[in-house]
Every structure is written in C-alpha cells, then in structure tokens.
Design a protein around this ligand. Structure first.
Ligand code: BTN
Length: 278
C-alpha cells in the first residue's frame, strides 16, 4: 500500500519560494476541488486576471481532455494546472504554446524522476509508450486578437494502477507506477511517491524559460528540445482529420510544429492538427 508523505501535499508557499519568474506563477489560485482548472482559468481570464496567473487544484470534478474526452482527476495524486497567458502574438502562433508546454513537462519529468519521456505528436507525454500527461490549450479572441490563452496540463503523478479505469489501463500510466517498475519499491517496501511540488516548480520554471525564448526568437528553441523526446521518424501512422484519414510514415516536424507525413513516393503532407494513431 502506498504511504502518503507530507511531500505529497500541494504547498503553494513552497512552490512560490522556488519560482524564478516574475510573470509565470506570480499569482497562483489554489483550490482543493474545482470543476476544471481550465474552466476556472477561463472565468478568471474573462474577469481580467494578470498574464502568467496559474490555477492549481488537488482534484477536478469535470476534468476535460482533448476532443471532448474526460480527464480522470482524483484527489491527492496528480497535477491539474492551467496557465493564463495574454500574449501580443497572433492566434496562429498560439499552437506553439501546446508544444512549449509539452517540452516543459517532458523536461520537468526527466529532471525530477529521471524517467525518459516520449512526446507523441502533438502533445501527449508518454513513458514506456503509455500516456502520463496531456495538454489542453484553449483560447479567447476578439477580432482576431488574442484576449487570453489557457494552457491546461494534467500529469498522472502518484496515481495507482487501481486508479486507472480498466478500459484505458493499456494506454495510460502514472510516473510513480513507471518509477516503481524500473526501480522497485523503496527501502521500507513502500511505493515510491513523487513530489508534486517539485514537479510543479520545475514545470513552471521551464515553461517560463521557453516562453521567454518563444517571445524573443520564436518556436525554434522549443522544437529543438521537442526533437529530444520525439522518436516517431519513419513510423507508420494514421491521422484522423475532421473529414478524412491520412496514412503514411512520419518524416519530421516543420518549423511551425506541423507533422510532416510521407504519403507516397514524392508526396509529403503537412498536418496541423489531428488525432494520431500508430
Ligand atoms: C488530453 O486529452 O490529453 C488533454 C488533457 C488535459 C487535462 C488537463 S488537467 C488540467 C486542465 N484542466 C482540464 O479540465 N483539463 C486540463
């Protein structure tokens, strides 16, 4: 049975102590229970809270995933967090925020757990081919000008196998499950728990650094790090788009983060968004 340690409680004062940025995380709104941190962040954004504000919750009653799916969000175990951004760039550039968050999450996971993440395009984080983290980016615009971007991230940190519904057990995992598989239980025979505070601190500091680089030089530093976690080149894939499917082999990622798929001898398709299967 897993033993909960103090380390496993989210401690906002502790987190704030280690944040390097004057912007990302300067305001943190913490709730034990919310419907969805993305929904709360959107309400706050509409009310006018500052750029870089962050919403964190210990549990979500209606955690939202991509494509209308639900995101399993029990208390005491995982990270549910949304960042509110108010950038001056154009809505087309907002897609980069999802990749930026994916790279920040992968870097933070590697730093805190030493587990090597893979990124499944565009933004699923996998460990040993199973999903541990997902990102849901939402945007509010007016007259093609961004009013706010909400970057929501969920990370399965200390979720136990029993906490994962049967129908997704073969595709989902948590960091502690993977760590225990590779390193075994700790010296007292207990399940190793990973500090959510350390992961949040690491993620927010990395997100801040990549965001600064994005604002000054664009997406290329993010894409450079993205390649480290992207091991899909040459793989056979099928991508479900709104009205058709694309089949082929992954050829790479372009400078704007689109997936390049070789669909024929001399044919390359650029996929901007879609559901990837392989
Ligand atoms: C996915 O389907 O891969 C995206 C999952 C995103 C889940 C996070 S948890 C925090 C934030 N609030 C939500 O309701 N969703 C995102």
């Amino acid at each position: 049975m897993a033993v909960m340690t103090d380390d496993d409680c989210i401690d906002i004062l502790e987190i704030k102590k280690y944040l390097k940025s004057p912007i990302i995380g300067r305001n943190i709104y913490y709730e034990e229970k919310v419907s969805s941190t993305n929904s709360m962040a959107k309400d706050l954004a509409i009310k006018g809270v500052k750029n870089g504000s962050v919403v964190i919750a210990d549990m979500q009653e209606k955690g939202r995933g991509r494509n209308g799916k639900i995101w399993i969000s029990p208390p005491g175990r995982n990270i549910y967090m949304s960042i509110i951004l108010r950038p001056k760039f154009s809505p087309e550039d907002a897609r980069g925020m999802t990749m930026l968050a994916a790279v920040s999450a992968a870097d933070a996971i590697l730093e805190i757990t030493s587990l090597m993440p893979q990124i499944k395009w565009p933004n699923d984080i996998l460990i040993n081919s199973k999903k541990v983290s997902g990102i849901l980016t939402e945007m509010g615009t007016q007259n093609n000008i961004i009013e706010y971007i909400i970057v929501g991230i969920g990370i399965n940190v200390n979720l136990s196998e029993e906490g994962i519904p049967d129908d997704i057990k073969n595709i989902a995992t948590s960091l502690s499950m993977e760590l225990n598989k590779t390193q075994g239980k700790n010296i007292s025979g207990n399940t190793r728990l990973i500090s959510r505070n350390k992961l949040i601190i690491s993620f927010l500091n990395k997100f801040d650094r990549y965001y600064e680089m994005f604002l000054s030089t664009g997406l290329s530093p993010v894409l450079q790090s993205y390649q480290k976690y992207f091991d899909m080149i040459g793989k056979d894939v099928e991508i479900t788009l709104e009205n058709r499917k694309v089949k082929g082999q992954v050829a790479g990622i372009d400078s704007k983060g689109a997936l390049l798929v070789k669909t024929g001898e001399n044919e390359l398709e650029k996929i901007v968004s879609g559901e990837l299967n392989y």
